[in-house]
Design a protein around this ligand. Structure first.
Ligand SMILES: Nc1ncnc2c1ncn2[C@@H]1O[C@H](COP(=O)(O)OP(=O)(O)OP(=O)(O)O)[C@@H](O)[C@H]1O
Length: 488
């Protein structure tokens, strides 16, 4: 069908002046305001509409036309109401039906559960909800239930119990922590296979807004609450890989990252400098580099196609499988148990693939699912939301000077080009973390998505209780298991 064809073209009053208003199949509204031809695209600019008396009010979001002020280098977006008055009751009905039909055809969410963490980041989530989220959802005629999280793991409890048929999506006004809790709550349900397909939205209101930044930066949009809410309202979706971290019977579902060594130590131990605000990470990174630690340990991984050259071969027929667990017997060392079906429906046949190995010591081991770890840290520039792989960034021994240079490159992703960094994609991964090389009585921290997953002997004691022990753990990836609201 010719998308430029008119669905309706009719005389209406705009600002008291009678003019012809036209709507095309593609959803473009055009009129002449006396001076020039004007237009609005429903998909891009119209959030919703209401009828007041004999007038139709379109709630729009448009770029400021006076050229003043910029958000992220683009024209600032402003909410505007555009009113027109059809000349008869039947014309009013026709226009409202046509606009409603067009909006309905866009597959936008109609009912949302909005979780707000009042304690995330700079404790500004409630303000962000009131200033950016609520007004836009109201404009878009989206019904929503807002719930404040009152304690740690509250979002997980909610996601594991709510009646999902009541909502078209769950929105987290928070940092990444609440999103991760929601994913874990959904995966815990008996109906997890359908539950995890519930579209999830993120509105940046925490310290680590890596997922919101990754989503918005992909399309060159600034990481602001306004753009994030618009993405949710417009209702585009994209799939997201989910990683299952498994240790014995304990599982954690990760959508962002796993870190061990330098990055984990900075992430978790810098907590004690929270009073410094955003400078705490840089300050503590500097401190950690000056007093650099290296850790003993081994990594095993299944490289993605094209990355087979990384690591050392560990032999062909070396897996013995009993039930749902396989034992790998390398030529030397302790047998490695590899559990299959980590994610209850894992599609990888672990025992028949060519595992590779890298021995320590390590400065840092970092696995990433999406490009950005936070708003200013592009950890894995090649990471894709749903490629079915995790990006692995490894630093073994490295001079302190090179490390300082690498830290500076973290905001543009160029650190992965350094000869001191191994950067590859993996389908599955096993970490055997060891002690500090300089002090065997002290071990490290394993951090996933900002949470302390495991804390070894003599490691920094933080408030959080850890889910796993500081020992071998396995990670597999399920391609595109979760769904995110996305700007495209
Ligand atoms: N009412 C609450 N009080 C204290 N903690 C909470 C509350 N609600 C949620 N939390 C916890 O806050 C943590 C951080 O959440 P959030 O995702 O908003 O921010 P973040 O950027 O990941 O972390 P932070 O800003 O704390 O560094 C989550 O682990 C969550 O369990």
């Amino acid at each position: 069908m010719d998308q430029n064809r008119e669905t309706i073209s009719d005389l209406v009053k705009i600002d008291g002046v009678t003019t012809t208003l036209t709507l095309t199949y593609a959803g473009k509204l055009s009129w002449n305001d006396g001076d020039s031809q004007r237009s609005l695209t429903i998909e891009k600019e119209v959030l919703g509409f209401s009828i007041q008396g004999s007038r139709i009010f379109l709630k729009t979001i448009v770029e400021k036309s006076d050229g003043s002020c910029c958000v992220g280098g683009k024209g600032a977006l402003v909410r505007k109401s555009f009113a027109f008055e059809p000349l008869s009751e039947s014309s009013l009905q026709l226009w409202s039906n046509m606009i409603r039909q067009k909006l309905d055809s866009l597959g936008r969410p109609k009912k949302l559960l909005v979780l707000v963490n009042p304690f995330g980041g700079r404790k500004s989530a409630l303000k962000i909800f009131a200033a950016d989220v609520k007004p836009l959802l109201d404009d878009a005629n989206i019904l929503f239930t807002m719930q404040e999280t009152t304690h740690q793991l509250h979002a997980k409890q909610i996601a594991s119990k709510i009646d999902l048929s009541m909502y078209d999506g769950i929105v987290c006004v928070s940092g990444d922590g609440i999103l991760v809790e929601v994913v874990n709550g959904l995966m815990e349900r008996d109906d997890w296979e359908s539950a995890i397909r519930m579209p999830l939205g993120v509105v940046p209101a925490g310290t680590g807004n890596g997922m919101a930044k990754s989503l918005l930066d992909t399309v060159g949009q600034p990481c602001t609450a306004l753009y994030a809410v618009l993405a949710i309202i417009r209702g585009h979706r994209r799939s997201l890989d989910v990683a299952t971290i498994l240790q014995g019977d304990t599982r954690f579902y990760s959508v962002l990252m796993l870190a061990w060594g330098l990055v984990a130590d900075i992430d978790i131990e810098s907590e004690k400098f929270r009073w410094m605000g955003s400078a705490r990470m840089d300050f503590y990174a500097l401190l950690r580099i000056i007093h650099l630690r290296t850790y003993n340990g081994q990594l095993y991984f299944l490289p993605a196609p094209g990355y087979e050259a990384f690591g050392n071969k560990i032999g062909g027929q070396s897996f013995e499988c009993v039930g749902d667990s396989c034992t790998h017997r390398p030529n030397q060392g302790v047998p490695i148990k590899i559990q299959q079906h980590g994610n209850r429906h894992s599609s990888i046949d672990l025992q028949n693939l060519n595992w590779k190995k890298i021995d320590g010591p390590f400065v840092s081991v970092w696995l990433h699912n999406v490009p950005w770890a936070s708003e200013d840290t592009m950890a894995a520039p090649d990471a894709k939301f749903a490629d079915g792989y995790l990006d692995l960034i490894i630093m073994r021994t490295c001079s302190k000077l090179s490390l300082l240079a690498l830290m500076i490159e973290l905001n543009n992703g160029n650190h992965v080009k350094s000869p001191d960094v191994l950067y590859l994609k993996v389908k599955a991964f096993i970490l055997e973390p060891g002690s500090r090389t300089a002090d065997p009585s002290r071990e490290g921290i394993i951090d996933s998505d900002g949470e302390v997953l495991a804390r070894g002997k003599g490691a920094y004691k933080c408030k959080q209780k850890s889910l796993m022990t500081y020992g071998k753990l396995q990670i597999t990836v399920d391609q595109g298991l979760a769904t995110l609201f996305s700007p495209i």
